[in-house]
Design a protein around this ligand. Structure first.
Ligand code: C5P
Length: 222
């Protein structure tokens, strides 16, 4: 097939989804937030007390997880067994355990399969940790995003603070650092830059500048 895939990978909270959404909107591509899928699985496991060390339990639980995206307005609307969970999956209790769930072999196999299906015949922008390395190694455009860890923590803190007055910037910083550590050091599909990915450090870039950069990379394939 000759559909275009844009793979956007990088660390936690460095603006991947903001840029991916804007890009998808500008190009009329489908946007897929792969992290939301791992978060929804983590939420299900949390609610059902799935023992992550028990592979049989994990396999059984996965059979009962049905995810669907409704990307009406290029925002992430995801349902877990028909329940809208888009907000809950952003909460700290999910963020703090999602990387342990995402490190599990069976979880990754299932998610990657679903992600590949979504990008098989349509133009997509997908963001995550292993999109350019594992999910779509032949993606036409691969962007690896980074930003100063302090800036990333501040951005995430600003998102969380209005609804979580008890949260501190320090906690958010620690939580991000821990997640990045887990994501980059796990055995299976660790977060790493694909050899052919373009690096985008957005510490000092506006959303508009980032979008312009991304569009210029996709243009040759349109
Ligand atoms: O992108 P987001 O921060 O929502 O992702 C949540 C977590 O899901 C990541 O910290 C990572 O552990 C996992 N993830 C992954 N592979 C992806 C996307 C997310 O392992 N492609």
């Amino acid at each position: 097939s000759n559909n275009i895939v844009v793979a956007i990978d990088g660390y936690s909270s460095c603006g991947k989804s903001t840029m991916a959404k804007a890009l998808a909107k500008a190009l009329h591509f489908i946007y897929v937030d792969s992290g939301a899928m791992y978060r929804a699985v983590a939420l299900y496991f949390l609610r059902n007390n799935v023992d992550l060390k028990n592979a049989d339990q994990v396999k059984e639980a996965l059979k009962n997880v049905h995810l669907n995206f409704h990307s009406r307005d290029y925002q992430t609307h995801i349902t877990l067994n028909d329940e809208e969970v888009s907000e809950e999956i952003r909460q700290m209790h999910v963020s703090d355990m999602v990387s342990s769930v995402a490190a599990l072999h069976d979880v990754r196999v299932e998610m990657v399969k679903q992600q590949q299906r979504m990008g098989r015949s349509k133009n997509v922008v997908m963001d995550g940790r292993d999109i350019g390395t594992v999910v779509f190694p032949h993606a036409q455009v691969k962007i690896f995003m980074t930003a100063d860890p302090k800036i990333r923590a501040e951005r995430r803190y600003k998102e969380l603070a209005p609804k979580n007055p008890e949260i501190t910037l320090e906690e958010v910083f620690e939580s991000l650092a821990h997640r990045d550590y887990q994501d980059t050091t796990r055995a299976e599909s660790p977060l790493t830059r694909a050899d052919d990915a373009i690096i985008l450090d957005n510490t000092d870039l506006t959303p508009e500048e980032q979008l312009e950069f991304a569009i210029s990379k996709v243009k040759p394939f349109l």
